[in-house]
Design a protein around this ligand. Sequence first.
Ligand code: HEC
Ligand code: HEC
Length: 255
Amino acid sequence: MSEAQAESPMSAKALIGIVLAAIIGIPVFIILVVKLFTGGMAIEPGNPSMTNEAIVARVQPVGFAKLDDSGPPGSRAGKAVYENVCISCHGAGLAGSPKFGDAGAWGARISKGFATLVEHATKGFNAMPAKGGAADLTDDEVARAVAYMGNAGGAKFTEPAVQGAAGAATGGKVDPAVKGKEIYEAVCVACHGTGAAGAPKFGDKAAWGPRLKDGAEAAIKIGIAGKGAMPPKGGYSGSDAEFHAAAEYMIGAAK
Ligand code: HEC
Ligand code: HEC
């Protein structure tokens, strides 16, 4: 839309028309989408299919994204992901989402820390659908968009780097399970492979059990922060999302 405006000067009337159409059209679109996935049901608070979790579960596999023109999957930068997906809610602050560039709305979110925000954006959080509804985004792409939006709201996050040519050449789509195994075998195995330095050994249910009593996410958070002989992220220098994948791979083997 902004390109069209730049090319041909527009009358104020036409501009107001477009702005009004956007203001009215976007919420109507969202209501229609929600209705579609709830089978046109009336919104009853007690209806189990109307919980945020239920709505997110229905919306997630469909996605709103049209990302084809912004680079191969896996390689898209935070700005491109934001402009193609997240903007549909965060651009205007729809549905209670923190508005892009609004430091007041982002301050309290930013103080949760990058890892938590990435997790919420990846897995969903209340009315925030998992990956903003674009299931085709990789975890790293979501993390980049979180960094891009967070920084616009006053944070100093480092946007996870876009993978090298190798990733892009294979189509760019990195299966988190494959990536997690790779990182485990390159980094975590040094201690967790044998249980060196008191590390819970790979595949050892008894060693992992007590660490997982508060859930995998709690254990992964401890791993990111570091604990005792476990250095922050196990010394891994990549993104939190990648560490997350490696930890999930280990935890999966101990279940
Ligand atoms: C369908 C609307 C919608 C889309 C699309 C959307 N969001 Fe959100 N987002 C929300 C809402 C609503 C909240 C506030 C949830 C709450 O605090 O209860 C939110 C909150 C967030 C938060 C803060 C979470 C926290 O812990 O406070 C992050 C980070 C975020 N979104 C990232 C993203 C990213 C990245 C994208 C694009 C990939 C995206 N969102 C797309 C609606 C959306
Ligand atoms: C230098 C050795 C070392 C490396 C390398 C290492 N870890 Fe650890 N890790 C430990 C030790 C020791 C503990 C137990 C810490 C404790 O309980 O005091 C641990 C604990 C953990 C925990 C459980 C945290 C808890 O207590 O709930 C997770 C998750 C974890 N590591 C993930 C990883 C991942 C993922 C990697 C690779 C990216 C990795 N670690 C690499 C030594 C290591």
